[in-house]
Design a protein around this ligand. Structure first.
Ligand SMILES: O=C(O)c1ccccc1N[C@@H]1O[C@H](COP(=O)(O)O)[C@@H](O)[C@H]1O
Length: 212
């Protein structure tokens, strides 16, 4: 299972996440208590190994600003977490993760209109467009007809519910922000616990190879 740790604001959190096995780190450039400047993100991204991919999170941002920030900070992926239309997603010269708020079955209909690299399924925002720390009803995804390799599951995940989330939804990537924080700040121990829980399938696979 691949893991994205989102809302990275410090070098310490980025290094802890990458050392614990995170595959992607998210940097929020939208209105949020986790918002970083382009310069902060650029500095942190330079400190982490290249195999750990960087994701810029934007909400209804202009094409020009996204490109400028992506080039300056050396982002690998663009996450669009607002009301961006399908044409906008297709127009970006970067791999795109389009986020969708899921509160009822009908919310899934819009996914078919989008061509993107990943579909991120999240709870509706509360104060901001994401990062609420609240899970949504995963059973709504039972009949989702998007390949699971393109699904990122987000919204209120933590080290206690991530295993259930993975077995229920079978996403390609799990994404967490609030669930690895204490008092609004990334918590190294919680990052490590989340990664240990999310990567357990891989360890179980290795274990079963020894047994057989
Ligand atoms: O984290 C934020 O503050 C944020 C603000 C605006 C758009 C997206 C944001 N975060 C995204 O929200 C999801 C879920 O976060 P949580 O685990 O429920 O706290 C995650 O994909 C972040 O990328």
């Amino acid at each position: 299972m691949k893991v994205k740790i989102c809302g990275i604001m410090s070098e310490e959190a980025a290094l802890a996440a990458s050392e614990a096995g995170a595959d992607l780190l998210g940097f929020v450039f939208a209105e949020s208590k986790r918002k970083v400047t382009t310069e902060q993100a650029a500095y942190i991204i330079q400190q982490v190994p290249q195999h750990v991919k960087s994701v810029g999170v934007f909400v209804n941002e202009s094409y020009e600003n996204i490109i400028h920030i992506a080039e300056t900070a050396k982002l690998d992926y663009i996450q669009l977490h607002g009301d961006e239309p399908p044409e906008f997603c297709k127009s970006l010269p970067y791999p795109v993760i389009k986020a969708f708020s899921i509160k009822e079955q009908d919310d899934l209909n819009q996914l078919a209109e989008y061509e993107c690299d990943f579909y991120l399924l999240d709870s509706p925002g509360v104060k901001y467009r994401g990062g609420s720390g609240i899970p949504f009803d995963w059973s709504l995804l039972e009949h989702l007809d998007i390949p699971r390799e393109k699904i990122i599951l987000a919204g209120g995940l933590d080290h206690e519910n991530v295993k259930k989330a993975m077995t229920t939804v079978k996403p390609a990537i799990v994404d967490v922000s609030s669930g690895v924080e204490t008092n609004g700040v990334k918590d190294v121990r919680k990052i490590q616990e989340f990664l240990a829980a999310a990567k357990i399938e891989e360890r179980e696979d290795i274990g079963s190879l020894h047994i057989t």
